[in-house]
Ligand binder design. Structure first.
Ligand code: 13P
Length: 265
């Protein structure tokens, strides 16, 4: 079985107390399942992305977990400057100082609600790579764009912007997350064929842009991933894992996504 990346984007949920509760449950579930314990690391890579205010609690709580089973810690957003007069923003060195190894960049909620442009997102991707932190680069089309047969144009534009000026070495360090906007938080996931089609297209484009047909590329699917659709989606050849919103807020439903895929208790 291929390695699965299971990433949980908590969005604007989970205070410090809830975060500690999640880690306690998470540790208990992994310790109680030989299948999960065996998969951690080699076959399963887990990361969680709490809001900024819960990162320190998450980092602290992860110290109570067996090192092998602690999820990677990531943030949901960042500004590209290292410090200075940028009220309300947080920098990459600050996040690294809290134990973050990953940062979500360009989530559709940042693009649509907060007006982030392809250009700004590309600067964030570059800043993450310069600071040796993994950017989890999100992209995907809206419903109107899909219905207007613009999906591949939009995905291509977003990927080209993010990869402009990046080397192949840099391109392979990015985790890509295809998240069709119409599938996010709606309960209506893309079908496995729809998700496969765009993820396969993305991999080919990324490799073409990087000038390397063999480049290892990790592409996740996100948008209403739940335990009951996980097996079908994660079994698709071009999909390496899931970026999960709602179902990642409880350790049980989050880990059941992998259990469902791998067929373990
Ligand atoms: P949902 O799983 O709640 O649809 O959210 C997906 C998402 O936006 C993850 O980044």
């Amino acid at each position: 079985m291929k390695k699965i990346y299971l990433y949980g984007n908590w969005k604007m949920n989970m205070n410090c107390e809830e975060t500690r509760g999640f880690y306690k449950d998470f540790g208990g579930q992994v310790a109680g399942s030989s299948g999960l314990l065996g998969a951690m690391g080699e076959a399963l890579e887990v990361a969680v992305f709490p809001p900024f205010t819960s990162l320190a609690a998450a980092e602290e709580a992860s110290k109570n977990l067996d090192k092998r089973t602690a999820p990677f810690l990531g943030a949901q957003n960042v500004y590209f400057e290292p410090k200075g007069a940028f009220t309300g923003e947080v920098s990459i060195p600050m996040l690294k100082n809290l134990g973050c190894t990953h940062i979500i960049v360009g989530h559709s909620e940042r693009r649509t609600i907060f007006g982030e442009s392809d250009d700004l997102i590309a600067r964030k991707v570059k800043a993450c790579l310069d600071e040796a932190i993994v950017p989890v680069f999100c992209y995907g089309e809206t419903l109107a764009e899909r219905e207007g047969n613009k999906t591949f144009d939009v995905v291509s534009r977003q990927l080209r912007a993010a990869l402009s000026g990046r080397t192949s070495e840099e391109a392979k360090k990015i985790v890509y997350a295809y998240e069709p906007v119409w599938a996010i938080g709606t309960g209506k996931s893309a079908t496995s064929d729809e998700a496969q089609e765009v993820c396969a297209y993305s991999k080919k484009l990324i490799r073409d842009l990087a000038g390397s047909a063999e480049l290892p590329v990790v592409v996740l699917y996100g948008g209403s991933v739940k335990p009951d659709n996980a097996k079908e989606l994660l079994s698709m050849e071009a999909i390496d894992g899931a970026l999960v919103g709602g179902a990642s807020l409880k350790a049980d439903s989050f880990l059941r996504i992998y259990r469902a895929y791998a067929g373990i208790d």
